[in-house]
Design a protein around this ligand. Structure first.
Ligand code: HEM
Length: 306
């Protein structure tokens, strides 16, 4: 009762007017019987639908019922509605149907029932805002309400035994923790020649660091050729590491041990020297990009015989 106010009972009545329209459909039924093809024309189709369901013709209801409700609401007479409706349909249909939204001030009952949306005042009075849900409270005081985030109170969760001696997973094994205790022989590299700079340079595929014409294949290096590549007097510095010849010349300013140290292995097999000082250094990875054509970064394979 609070929603519809005093005139609430009338809205229930408008349903009977639908039954009234059934009388008019009877005429439509006759026309529909005349027209066997109901699906071809829209109007005929509507008439056919009215045939199948005599009491509630849907299409006719839209046009007619609104005027009926306008009249019915003031009358509020249920018993008279069924028979008198046929006459009421014809007269009021055009005028009242078009003006249904406008007469809202004159006839409040109609407005409240069918087009309740257009009048905000009526809606506000009918539909008060819902109460704010209590669950939206800030979680500051809700510590008791959020037990899932807190650790369980009873038993402590099983924790891996990290605090025990010898079980630390963060520290590396003692055998791999540091380099051998030897005095550093590293030199101060000139700007732009850091290991990172070398990695950037050697990673550039456009750089041909072999000192050979671009696209040239690997060389078969003889011992006599190797001996001439001392890195002095304008010659390149070649060395042999693991049976392969590498042109160390581009790497000279990048060598952390210094150029003189690196040149100790020039023009000869440097495998033993290299292994004595830094066996952990991956020379293949560092020198592989010396050149593009043929790859490998070296001058070529070492020829066993001259
Ligand atoms: C072309 C091959 C070589 C490459 C790619 C190379 C690369 C390196 C690298 C990366 C380091 C730094 C290592 C580190 O800090 O842990 C280094 C240091 C060093 N290299 Fe080489 N090296 C080469 C050949 C040689 C040769 C043949 C010698 C000796 C004759 C040598 C002597 C040294 C020395 C003395 C250090 C300084 C070690 C230190 O930090 O105390 N290197 N080299």
């Amino acid at each position: 009762s609070s929603l519809f106010g005093g005139p609430s009972p009338p809205p229930i009545e408008p349903a009977p007017p639908e039954i009234k329209f059934d009388d008019s459909p009877v005429d439509a039924d006759a026309s529909a019987k005349d027209d066997p093809s109901h699906a071809t024309n829209g109007a005929n189709g509507k008439a056919a639908a009215a045939q199948t369901a005599m009491p509630p013709p849907p299409v006719i209801q839209h046009t007619a019922p609104e005027p009926d409700t306008s009249r019915r609401s003031p009358d509020d007479d249920e018993q008279t509605t069924p028979k008198a409706s046929a006459t009421t349909l014809t007269t009021p249909v055009p005028a009242l149907a078009l003006s249904t939204p406008e007469p809202t001030p004159t006839v409040p009952q109609i407005n409240g029932r069918s087009p309740a949306a257009p009048t905000p005042a009526s809606t506000s009075s009918l539909m008060p805002p819902p109460p704010r849900p209590p669950t939206l409270r800030p979680p500051s005081s809700g510590t008791t309400n959020t037990p899932s985030l807190a650790p369980p109170r009873g038993r402590p969760l099983p924790v891996p035994a990290r605090g025990q001696p010898g079980c630390s997973t963060l520290a590396p094994p003692p055998t791999h923790s540091s380099k051998p205790d030897k005095p550093s022989r590293a030199v101060i590299l000139t700007p732009g020649h850091s290991p990172l700079d070398w990695a950037r340079l050697s990673g550039d595929p456009s750089a041909d660091l072999r000192g050979l014409p671009a696209g040239s294949p690997y060389l078969r290096v003889t011992p006599s050729m190797l001996k001439r590549m001392t890195g002095r007097r304008g010659k390149d510095a070649w060395t042999v590491l693991g049976g392969r010849v590498y042109n160390m010349t581009p790497y000279l300013p990048f060598h952390p041990g210094g150029e003189p140290e690196l040149l100790r292995a020039a023009a000869r097999d440097g495998t033993r020297l290299f292994g004595e000082i830094h066996p952990w250094v991956n020379y293949e990875g560092m020198l592989a990009a010396f050149g593009t054509a043929g790859g490998g970064g070296g001058a070529g394979d070492m020829e066993a015989m001259d």
